[in-house]
Design a binder for this molecule. Structure first.
Ligand code: HEM
Length: 517
């Protein structure tokens, strides 16, 4: 895809920028793989519960998708599982879904849906816990109401399971595969399934989870090898209640051909699961258009920001290169074109390198501009239109197209350092500088708000207007607005040439200089 794209840029960063201090990322909730942050139904001891986030996440992705109907295109992976009404159904017994939503919905943003974070949870879970990379596409849309029921339950017959998977869009052979791939994680808990699993009285497994295989937080083909060897303790294969032995009926439904192939080849199992999990998370309601598979951009600018200070337009940001070959004599340059038709260049400063043991690759960051990280000072009139990068004498543009595409930058509406704070009534005067030659229709405050189902919406209010009294320079006019209250979920947005952009996040209003000084 072509940078910038708010949704794809964000998903791409989530997928590939695995920094050494990954504390606040999705992967922090599944590293180590037996991490469990939910509350087991009967856990009062605080000891091991036998449960894991990874198992909850994979099951949640499946149950959210399993409502899909290929015939009419309804249901699918759309985060409808977050609604209490859907969680209250017998087919969704247990608190694994609310646990999952509690963690993953927090990673959704205005640009990326909760449904995308559910899919990402599966992708990270599988990959970080021993499995293959599951190709990821973005763009799922959150349902606004529950889907129709449709998740298979263990006491149903083989025929009804085959019919159920066909309705979801999977053949019988794919059903066997998908169940085996899913049931490489986790197990069946006593509390919601006391007809299947007895109380285990194990202080390391307080939720009494009978695991599907001996490696329940690790992706591997043990689900198949133990089944074929006859040593399996899978409670849906060797459970005391034959009626609920659905894995036994499903796995054996083709004479064990599929399960034998999985037991014989961990490689085949991994590649088949990668395909089937991808099909599963890409099963979305009719009309939802997913992106292409998101691969790392070779060159990606980030955190681009502008500040107007008098006649100087201060420009900060960084650029990330993917899998750079090492070169001790590296010469890295930023090149840019301005509004007056001139081109310029500046040396990039090496800054950060991502974790080097992430198998997908290594991200290397450079800062744009001066040694003190203050960025690059541009003449306001000249400004900037687009940029490219030069590495060791080789030009780097966007490589999606043959001709190469420059990285377009928007300096039409920028923060002005003349913004200030009135102590007496705790109001901030936000001054935004609007480029005289740009087609700016409006500048306004955007407020982000999560609704009662965790979905983030954005409302536009409080429009800026040109300030006849503010100092003007040759390039920019000041538009102003007084803003009260705390800033944290508020942004300045602007409609420029028919396109809406978010140009600034309002942080603490108190951080602005005093208006009286
Ligand atoms: C006929 C189809 C299926 C049936 C009847 C079935 C049944 C079950 C049952 C009864 C449990 C126990 C849940 C609990 O105790 O909380 C379970 C767990 C699980 N299922 Fe399935 N399942 C089916 C298909 C799938 C598929 C296709 C996937 C994913 C691709 C999947 C993934 C999981 C996972 C990861 C768990 C473990 C949850 C945990 O330990 O918290 N299942 N399944």
């Amino acid at each position: 895809y072509i940078w910038p794209s708010p949704m794809l840029d964000e998903l791409e960063s989530t997928l590939y920028e695995i920094l050494p201090s990954a504390a606040s990322t999705i992967s922090a909730f599944i590293q180590p793989c037996d991490t469990f942050t939910g509350i087991a139904l009967d856990d009062t001891t605080g000891l091991g519960t036998g449960r894991s986030n990874i198992a909850d996440w994979v099951r949640t992705a499946y149950h959210d998708m399993a409502t899909h109907n290929v015939a009419d295109g309804t249901g699918g992976l759309d985060a409808s599982i977050r609604f209490e009404e859907e969680q209250a159904r017998a087919e969704n017994v247990g608190n694994g879904f609310s646990n999952t939503i509690n963690v993953l919905a927090g990673f959704s943003t205005r640009y990326t849906s909760i449904a995308d974070t559910i899919a990402l949870g599966l992708v990270f879970g599988v990959e970080f816990c021993g499995g293959p990379r599951v190709p990821f596409r973005g763009g799922r849309i959150d349902a606004t109401e529950p889907n129709l029921p449709g998740v298979p339950e263990p006491e149903q017959t083989l025929d009804s399971h085959i019919a159920s998977f066909a309705r979801q869009g999977f053949t019988q052979e794919e059903m066997i595969g998908l169940v085996a791939c899913g049931h490489t994680f986790g197990g069946v808990q006593h509390a919601p399934f006391h007809d299947i699993v007895p109380e285990l009285n194990d202080s390391d497994n307080t939720a009494s989870v009978a695991h599907f295989d001996t490696t329940d937080v690790h992706f591997d083909n043990n689900i198949a090898t133990e089944y074929m060897a006859g040593t399996t303790k899978n409670p849906l294969v060797v459970g005391f209640n034959a009626t609920t032995n659905s894995d036994k009926r499903i796995f054996g439904s083709d004479g064990n051909v599929t399960m034998r192939s999985f037991a014989d080849s961990p490689k085949l199992f991994a590649s088949r699961c990668s395909e089937l999990f991808a099909r599963m998370i890409d099963t979305v309601p009719k009309g939802v258009q997913l992106s292409e598979v998101i691969t790392p951009l070779p060159v990606k600018p980030g955190r681009i920001e502008f500040t107007l200070d008098g006649d100087i337009l201060q420009f900060t940001g960084d650029v990330r290169f993917w899998n750079l070959p090492s070169n001790p004599n590296r010469v890295a340059l930023l090149l840019w074109s301005d509004h007056l038709g001139a081109t310029h260049n500046s040396t990039l400063l090496p800054s950060l390198i991502s974790t080097t043991d992430y198998p997908q690759g290594v991200a290397t960051y450079y800062t744009l501009g001066a040694e003190d990280f203050s960025g690059i000072s541009l003449d306001a009139k000249a400004g900037i239109v687009n940029m490219r990068f030069m590495l060791d004498g080789e030009l780097q543009t966007q490589q999606d197209t043959e001709a190469g595409v420059d990285f377009a930058v928007q300096d039409a509406v920028v923060f002005s350092t003349s913004s200030c704070f009135f102590e007496n009534n705790e109001t901030a005067r936000y001054n935004m500088a609007v480029r005289n030659t740009a087609k700016v229709k409006s500048v306004y405050i955007e407020t982000e708000m999560r609704d009662s189902s965790s979905h983030i919406g954005v409302t536009e209010t409080d429009f800026f207007s040109p300030d006849p009294n503010a100092p003007v320079n040759a390039a920019y006019t000041i538009w102003t607005l007084n803003v009260a209250g705390s800033g944290f979920n508020r942004y300045v947005g602007a409609e420029i040439d028919g396109v809406k952009y978010t140009v600034l996040q309002l942080l603490s209003l108190f951080a602005l200089p005093s208006c009286t000084s």
